[in-house]
Design a protein around this ligand. Sequence first.
Ligand code: NAD
Length: 328
Amino acid sequence: MRLLVCGGAGFIGSNFVRQRLAEHGDEVTVLDKLTYAGRRENLEGLEVRLVAGGIEDAAAVADAIEGCDAIVNFAAETHVDRSITEPDAFVTTHALGTYVLLEAARERSLRYVQVSTDEVYGSIEDGSFTEQSPLNPSSPYSATKAGADLLVASYRHTFGLEALICRGSNNYGPYQYPEKLIPLMILNALHGDKLPVYGDGMQVRNWIFVEDFARGIGTVLERGEPGEVYNVGGPDEAPNLDVVKGIIRYTGADESLIEYVTDRPGHDRRYSLGSEKVRGLGWEARTRFAEGLERTVSWYRDNRPWWEPIRSGDYRAYYERQYGRALG
Ligand SMILES: NC(=O)c1ccc[n+]([C@@H]2O[C@H](COP(=O)([O-])OP(=O)(O)OC[C@H]3O[C@@H](n4cnc5c(N)ncnc54)[C@H](O)[C@@H]3O)[C@@H](O)[C@H]2O)c1
């Protein structure tokens, strides 16, 4: 396939591109705004055409889309904490950006996959969300992602666009920017820095190894029914505190590094996704959480040149603002 992968220089997008090149021989163009989370380094060694630009920029989209038969859109602002302090970029990218991409897909009759999140369903105490569950987002991040999903669905309904939506649960794995829970805790543990746990640490997430999610998106791209939504959830759930304790075990750090900090406003308690529908397309998660976490710790331990420039750059100021203490 000739794919336009928007946001392909980010965490999940770059894992997806790596997998598609290695396992499917696709031709890939990446369109990416290269925000703090999008890095050329994530695509190092991969044969792709990289167009630097925003999905909200119709000229950049027209340039990048040349010769492609399908679009997979990962481009997003993805950090809930940032959506609370600076929501404007979330609105621009998720609302305007998705609209510009949909128009480009419609003009050219291209297949379109929107990468979305379990957070659009909100929090659930027991059981799991299905694709029929109502949307009930609670942060500016999830609300703008839900808005984008509705717009995608409207392009199917109104214009007959070959559009599909793929909603993933919490991803972890190589190349994730260290503001997110797992890489943040791994790097802090490796440096002997405090491990800041929000609230009581009992927020439960449904963890999926990034390669499994990437494979799920590929499955939906190839075999999904246009107009349908597919949930792609991980095989295991764990409260944040258990995740942090697992990281302490694999890094050899000390539990005394754990520091409970003021909870995030409106922090959702539990996310859980049922993935029966995508299993019907032949997808299955291959990596259990304990194995994936150990592999992720090893990757960060072995890839210092990837994270060192991040941890010594602007990220330090972000971290200090967010947690009220400097990194060591
Ligand atoms: N990380 C998760 O746990 C998770 C779970 C489910 C779904 N998702 C979804 O998967 C997608 C990718 O998430 P991620 O974790 O890889 O995020 P990320 O923050 O690592 O990467 C996002 C990428 O999008 C690019 N980008 C941002 N705004 C852009 C714009 N206007 N135009 C073009 N590119 C732009 C960034 O430069 C970056 O490369 C997102 O849509 C997210 O909502 C993420």
